[in-house]
Design a protein. Structure first.
Length: 257
């Protein structure tokens, strides 16, 4: 079962509507006493439906969940489509100048996550069959959503225990990101999956080096990390779809249900 509805986020985009989504396993229809872990996902319009996706191809998450019968609620929110880099402003944890884009990002990532934690998560926990505790609360995304997933599990580790960051934009504000990773309070049971596609490593001159730096910091912190370079992987939903079974295995690894 999947629901989607319109919401507004006044703190970020005033009264401009966007979609929220929530998938619940079919098994709940048979036994409504069941409760499930929750995976929160960025770029919700790209998660489930091709006809909602920006480029006409989604992650195919609905098909995966139905075929695998994964015991998981998946809640997602559409990003801003403001043509003045609205998505980048919302999904950047840091104020930073991006010369490639010729703009300065406003660093609304903290506001974004405070809304997710303070308003969206409580709504999902009230209306859907969730296990709301930290152990069973995950987060995932790709590109800038991957950066935000890494930021969320690091900065808000009291809320999220596990994260999947696919093709994360970790070359944004490198010094600030490294400081965050080194100094944030993170539990040693934190699980992080992070990857890059082999075909995208040349997109930015510092991507390969920064991937090594970030994984090194996380390993030094004692975090349970899985990092991969995906053979022939691209910066596309079709490529990220192929990684779903792999990062799902990591999110569920060792978890007691």
């Amino acid at each position: 079962m999947i629901d989607f509805w319109e919401i507004t986020i006044p703190e970020l985009s005033g009264d401009t509507p966007r979609r929220a989504y929530c998938y619940v396993p079919d098994s709940w229809q048979e036994d409504q006493a069941l409760r499930f872990p929750v995976l929160y996902m960025f770029d919700g319009h790209n998660v489930f439906f091709d006809d909602h996706a920006t480029y006409g191809k989604s992650w195919g998450m609905l098909e995966y969940l139905q075929e695998s019968e994964a015991p998981l609620v998946v809640a997602a929110v559409e990003c801003s489509h403001d043509p003045n880099h609205g998505r980048l402003h919302e999904y950047s944890p840091f104020v930073c100048q991006v010369d490639d884009l010729g703009c300065k990002l406003k660093g609304k990532g903290r506001i974004t996550m405070e809304w997710w934690i303070g308003q969206f998560k409580p709504f999902i926990d009230r209306h859907f069959p969730t296990l709301p505790d930290r152990e069973h609360t995950f987060i995932a995304g790709s590109s800038m959503g991957g950066l935000m997933s890494l930021y969320a599990v690091t900065k808000y580790n009291r809320v999220f225990s596990r994260a999947a960051a696919l093709s994360p934009s970790i070359w944004f504000a490198e010094d600030k990101l490294e400081k965050l990773l080194r100094t944030s309070r993170m539990s040693r049971d934190t699980v992080i999956y992070m990857d890059y596609g082999a075909n995208e490593l040349g997109f930015h001159p510092t991507m390969r080096k920064q991937f090594s730096v970030v994984t090194g910091i996380l390993l030094e912190r004692g975090i349970n990390l899985t990092s991969r370079i995906v053979p022939n992987g691209d910066h596309t939903e079709a490529s990220w779809e192929k990684q779903i079974p792999i990062f799902m295995e990591q999110l569920f690894y060792g978890l007691e249900l």
